[in-house]
Design a binder for this molecule. Structure first.
Ligand SMILES: Nc1ncnc2c1ncn2[C@@H]1O[C@H](COP(=O)(O)OP(=O)(O)OP(=O)(O)O)[C@@H](O)[C@H]1O
Ligand SMILES: [Mg+2]
Length: 279
């Protein structure tokens, strides 16, 4: 049970929304991901942590269809999504944000939002029988939805600004708002707080918790343990492609395997540094 919010814990069920079995990805000789078993429960915030290069982003890429696995099965809401492309998975209700934001700087904030919806609407737009009036109607609906989300994320005053003028933190908020354009069931966030100033970061965390309380499920990668401790229902730790620990924030913090993984990371950095210093 989370210590920061006990209100909703009694309403939270234990059903699994996302399930990975034997999911593998190698890049040449590098084992990026080798996950035997990994489940995410519906209506929770799960943190995925681990040293640099642990395979966190690659696991996100595999789950969301941006990279094809070498083996294994990924099931989302009882549908096998292992071989589905990213846009199909997004249509199923599973979306992600990127470690490096994919905001288009030369478009306005509103255009970025509307583009996200159009991209995810996908091939239906190419349907030759699609009438122009229907498209106009859909565009109007998309715009209303975009403006409502921008208002919720305090970005409405910036709707007609070029996205390139936003601060790093505002871009991260916009990226989350964009992900929500299709009304997803589950969102994967890759380091949503990196480079975000504390005030905007707090805002982002608040939105995530609000959305969870409305029924959404989150899996997020975060390096800041204070943040992980504060908002996670559960913490999963990866190292060298594998899941090495799984439990509450307190469980993983006191797990010797986790400590060893992080120490190993620093030890490797020290070795690399020492090697770099050699003539
Ligand atoms: N496209 C790629 N080609 C080759 N190797 C890759 C590729 N993508 C990732 N890797 C390697 O796979 C491993 C896992 O990388 P990944 O980016 O998933 O780690 P991460 O846990 O997200 O790290 P970070 O915390 O630094 O973001 C690393 O060794 C990385 O160099
Ligand atoms: Mg990463």
């Amino acid at each position: 049970m989370r210590s920061n919010d006990v209100r909703s814990s009694d309403t939270r069920s234990n059903d699994v929304i996302l399930s990975c079995r034997g999911v593998r990805k190698h890049f040449g000789g590098v084992v990026a991901v080798e996950v035997a078993e990994f489940d995410v429960e519906r209506n929770t915030v799960t943190a995925l942590i681990g040293p640099n290069g642990a395979g966190k982003t690659t696991l996100f890429d595999l789950i969301t269809g941006f990279v094809d696995p070498d083996g294994g099965t990924i099931v989302f809401e009882e549908t096998d999504i292992t071989d589905k492309p990213a846009h199909a998975i997004a249509r199923d209700g599973l979306v992600r944000t990127f470690q490096l934001t994919r905001i288009l700087n030369k478009m306005t904030v509103l255009e970025n939002m509307m583009l996200a919806a159009r991209q995810q609407r996908g091939e239906r737009v190419q349907n030759t029988f699609f009438r122009r009036r229907d498209i106009a109607h859909q565009e109007a609906e998309i715009k209303v939805r975009a403006l409502a989300l921008l208002e919720r994320f305090s970005l409405l005053p910036l709707a007609y600004e070029y996205a390139g003028r936003l601060s790093g933190g505002q871009k991260k908020l916009l990226e989350l708002a964009r992900a929500l354009m299709t009304d997803p069931t589950m969102v994967l966030l890759d380091e949503p707080m990196a480079g975000v100033n504390p005030a905007l970061g707090e805002q982002l965390l608040r939105y995530v918790l609000e959305l969870r309380d409305e029924g959404m499920t989150f899996l997020f990668v975060e390096h800041d343990m204070d943040i992980v401790m504060r908002i996670s229902d559960r913490v999963v730790v990866m190292a060298t492609g594998e899941i090495i620990s799984d439990g509450t924030a307190d469980d993983v913090r006191s797990d010797p395997a986790v400590l060893a993984a992080y120490l190993g990371d620093h030890a490797q950095e020290d070795i690399a540094e020492a090697e770099g210093e050699q003539p």
